[in-house]
Design a protein around this ligand. Structure first.
Ligand SMILES: [Zn+2]
Length: 360
């Protein structure tokens, strides 16, 4: 049986009605807490739509009347649930086998060898939290496109990055973007990723206590699955922007960089009243990224070769300088316009680049 057939065979175990309801509840709560207060303050309105398709998709749009809408497909809920459910089982049942010892002997962050799923993280909790983290991140990514006025900005600078319905869609468009349009779109995606990841990290930061290892691990694993699902992982890192989204490994790389920066930030340290050891954080992130990539390889890849994705996330220098320069130049041109239109929660939520080296 092929991997695709096996995955199709699992569909009978996903209760679509219940999964859809859980995802709707998660997004509605976020809308109340994150979105509605900002829309009220701005005198604007936001609606949330659930697209009746089994394809993983989401988009954000501002229509001609200025009305904002976030759309998420039920397929995004089902696939997020699938990984939240299966990954903890793979960690416990498969990745603890001796075959994987050579890999995990290199990956300890102070955990025991059998703790591929971190100690203290029960599989059912990982499943529940994983779906909350995944759907929340996706919702906040779409909300960030709107808070940062990417649709308005695309029209202002004449960038052909919206689909025929005027939306910024997460599914790759059949007309592959190139040149300036692709660079602008990649900037929008990186900006939206940053805001969504920031909100996720903030959610993990409880006053007066350090972020727990098991929570950070699950967040990184969830994000890594999300990026692998949302893009084409088998291509090399491009020399110049191409298509609607940055390479999924580059998006994950930027998330890893952001997480390390967040944990070193004096504001975070003062909230946690603790400083996390940077070496321990690095080891934890390596473990989580590797686990998510090995899981993806076993489940979804047809190649026998080692997944290149992992090196593109964790190696020292895989991002072509020409791409870093192109994206930094494009971001520098767009940033003042995004800043003056921003209707979100504050500057800490937004990406800040000091030069192309921040995209390495
Ligand atoms: Zn996006």
């Amino acid at each position: 049986m092929s991997k695709a057939d096996r995955i199709r065979g699992e569909n009978q175990f996903i209760n679509r009605e219940a999964t859809g309801e859980v995802a709707e509840k998660i997004a509605s709560r976020l809308k109340e807490v994150i979105s509605d207060p900002r829309y009220k303050a701005a005198g604007k309105a936001l609606s949330l739509r659930w697209a009746p398709t089994t394809k993983f998709d989401a988009d954000a749009r501002i229509d001609e009347e200025g009305h904002h809408q976030i759309s998420i497909s039920y397929g995004a809920a089902y696939e997020t649930y699938r990984d939240a459910f299966v990954l903890p089982q793979v960690c416990q049942r498969t990745l603890t086998e001796s075959f994987y010892d050579p890999l995990y002997d290199l990956l300890s962050y102070g955990n025991d060898r059998h703790d591929v799923l971190p100690a203290g993280l029960a599989p059912d909790v990982a499943r529940t939290e994983g779906i909350i983290m995944g759907i929340s991140w996706l919702y906040c990514h779409e909300q960030a496109h709107l808070f940062q006025a990417h649709g308005d900005l695309a029209r202002l600078v004449g960038a052909g990055v919206l689909d025929t319905s005027g939306a910024l869609a997460e599914a790759e468009s059949p007309n592959l973007l190139e040149g300036r349009d692709a660079a602008i779109r990649h900037v929008f995606e990186l900006c939206a990723d940053h805001e969504a990841t920031f909100i996720g990290l903030k959610e993990l930061t409880k006053a007066g206590q350090p972020i727990e290892q098991k929570d950070l691990w699950l967040f990184v694993v969830t994000l890594c699955c999300m990026f692998q699902r949302m893009g084409v992982i088998e291509r090399p890192m491009p020399d110049f922007a191409q298509g609607s989204h940055p390479h999924p490994a580059f998006r994950m790389r930027m998330a890893v960089r952001q997480i390390k920066t967040y944990l070193r930030d004096p504001v975070t340290i003062s909230q946690m009243q603790a400083t996390l050891n940077p070496v321990a954080v690095e080891l934890l992130l390596d473990h989580a990224v590797t686990t998510a990539v090995v899981y993806w390889h076993m489940r979804y890849r047809d190649q026998d070769s080692f997944p290149p994705f992992i090196r593109l996330v964790l190696d020292d220098d895989p991002v072509p300088p020409s791409y870093r320069d192109q994206i930094f130049t494009s971001w520098s041109e767009l940033e003042p316009e995004m800043a003056c239109r921003y209707m979100g929660w504050g500057s800490r939520y937004r990406i800040r680049l000091t030069g192309p080296q921040d995209l390495s």
